[in-house]
Design a protein around this ligand. Structure first.
Ligand code: ADP
Ligand code: GLC
Length: 493
């Protein structure tokens, strides 16, 4: 029997309590897979209003008399297979809006303190200051948890500290704030240096995490390579290159219970690899919901995505004349940049019945898209991992992806070699430009005219292992290695 390792995951969103993107899916679906490996994960999340209202019973395990301007409590709860500790800090989290934005779509002005508080609470546990829970490992996710390893470094006392891991889900979001916040954030003056939290003259939350964590991971092997280059490093590639020996890419998996077309209650008709026909019912239902002409024979290309530059939505809009020229329909479900939302709406007006959209965040429609679209478009300019192509594989929507980051690691292009071996699962194109997207759209349209081949590609995708099994083992190995007592002694020295 392997010894139990206790991990504290510090994370700003977690499905099904609060979700704005893939981070929540990952944080919510990985822990159960690690139980089998002898790893017990407890997740620390902010007690946003939407989280507190979903929790019935909690046990108070700690009280902070003043956490950045008000009292706060750590409350423990177990919900299904998830062990949670919620940071209940009403002055920071009890409000409408999203975890990061006001109802008007602006960043919360006190975001540095909201997420410093999350990090400080994680650090308190990592430093052994919370009697009820002393983890062996503290695992911080993205910039919101980036100060955790830094606080642990600067505040370490005699008790030593847990080992730390920083996972990058997206290097584009770094949490950069004015240098004047150093004192108010509770960081010592000597932290303001290149070996500390300083980043381009300000304070970098993600930089701090990358600087001080014992190990760094990101969410696909290809993205791990990309971010250690000057081109893909988004200003921080130098630090990542210096730490390349401690940087590892571990591919995301999916929750196969939530994303299973044979049991999914959110779709119009259930189906599986051997009974794929009901997809047509889902397609018509999707067409109706997004305002497309109802036609089960039309090729339907779908997108379900944050509407941002990263995701290449503008390229799809530019390619629309050619795409629609092939006879295909295009459906968007998404929200994000206001200008991009407007541009999508304009396209719907320009091409009624052939382009459809729902602007907003709608979990149910996200499922219907996977079950009803024939192909899922992902022309991302960069993509740390991407989960929607994994859902697409499982639901028989053929992914059409830019060959970057995790998209490159998870979709097998149906080139001649793959076709000969019968292993292709989608279409890849490179570089992510309008022209290459257009030629990929032509390839999709030509595949669509070969139903037997189309079906084979769909089946290959539906057979692909997109679960957490392999990656959970890699995380477990990493945790166990870091929890080794000899190493912990060295960290405390
Ligand atoms: P990212 O985290 O960069 O947004 P991922 O592909 O990792 O990208 O994860 C996105 C997640 O958010 C998926 O679960 C996807 O279905 C979901 N999603 C994105 N936009 C929407 C939307 N407008 N409505 C419903 N679900 C969405
Ligand atoms: C980020 C990335 C996405 C990844 C997700 C979960 O939001 O943009 O590619 O899948 O995190 O790791």
């Amino acid at each position: 029997m392997k010894t139990q390792v206790a991990v504290l995951s510090v994370v700003s969103e977690l499905y099904p309590f609060v979700k704005t993107g893939g981070l929540a899916d990952v944080a919510g679906s990985l822990p159960p897979f690690l139980k089998a490996e002898g790893i017990a994960i407890t997740s620390l999340i902010p007690g946003y209003r939407q989280v507190m209202t979903k929790l019935a019973e909690t046990t108070e395990i700690h009280h902070f008399p003043d956490l950045f301007g008000g009292p706060a409590w750590l409350r423990r709860a177990t919900v299904g297979s998830l062990d949670l500790i919620v940071l209940d800090a009403p002055h920071l989290y009890d409000r409408d809006g999203t975890p990061y934005l006001t109802p008007e779509g602006e960043d919360w002005p006190d975001n540095p303190f909201r997420f410093a508080a999350l990090s400080a609470a994680g650090a308190a546990m990592g430093l052994g200051e919370v009697e009820a829970f002393r983890p062996d490992i503290v695992h911080a996710h993205d910039w919101q948890a980036g100060l955790t390893p830094a606080y642990m470094h600067y505040r370490m006392g005699e008790r030593g500290r847990a080992a730390t891991i920083m996972t990058v889900h997206n290097l584009a979001f770094q949490g950069q704030y004015a240098p004047e916040l150093l004192g108010p954030l509770g960081l010592p003056p000597d932290a303001m240096g290149v070996d500390g939290v300083e980043y381009y003259g300000g304070i970098g939350f993600l930089k701090a995490g990358l600087q001080f964590a014992d190990r760094i991971t990101t969410v696909s092997p290809k993205y791990a390579e990309e971010i250690a280059t000057s081109q893909g490093g988004m200003g921080i590639g130098g630090l990542l290159r210096d730490r390349i020996g401690e940087l590892q890419g571990i591919l995301n998996g999916i929750d196969e219970a939530v994303w299973d077309p044979s049991t999914d209650a959110l779709i119009a008709a259930k189906f599986d690899r051997l009974h794929i026909k009901p997809r047509r019912i889902n397609k018509v239902s999707l067409q109706r919901r997004v305002g497309l002409r109802e036609d089960p024979d039309a090729l339907l290309l779908g997108l379900v995505s944050r509407l941002t530059w990263q995701k290449g939505i503008d390229m799809v809009l530019d390619a629309l004349p050619l795409i629609l020229g092939t006879g295909a329909q295009v459906a968007f479900i998404g929200q994000g940049d206001r200008a991009m939302e407007r541009a999508v709406r304009d396209a719907v007006t320009a091409y009624p019945g052939r382009v459809g959209c729902v602007i907003g965040y709608d979990e149910e429609l996200g499922h219907l898209m996977q079950a009803g679209a024939d192909a899922l478009l992902l022309p991302s300019r960069f993509e740390p991992c991407g989960l929607t192509q994994l859902y697409a594989l499982r639901y028989g929507a053929i992914p059409v992806v830019a060959r970057v980051g995790g998209l490159s690691d998870t979709v097998i292009d149906v080139n001649e070699m793959a076709r000969a071996e019968g292993i292709g699962t989608g279409i890849q194109f490179h570089p992510p430009t309008v022209e290459m997207l257009e030629s990929a759209a032509l390839r999709v349209a030509s595949l669509w005219r070969k139903p037997a081949l189309w079906r084979r590609i769909q089946r290959n995708g539906m057979r692909t292992d997109v679960s957490w099994r392999r990656s959970a083992r890699l995380y477990a190995e990493l945790y166990r290695e870091l929890a080794d007592p000899a190493l912990s002694r060295a960290l405390s020295a």
